[in-house]
Design a protein. Sequence first.
Length: 69
Amino acid sequence: MQGWKKIMTIRDSYKAEVKRLQLIKNGIEAMLMSKAKEQVQMTISGMDLYVKEGQYEIASILLFENEED
């Protein structure tokens, strides 16, 4: 995925969508990609949140500044 950078993986798809919308509302291009990994007898799934490479720093600030809320 040229031009995109993974910013985080979120297990809860609802929370992932909320974070994506938060970024979009702040003018940052963001997208989600579903992932699934099988380990031993468990399935761990989650959503990878990607942003445009040039917007990575500001996206990090917006996401992690609001983590405390």
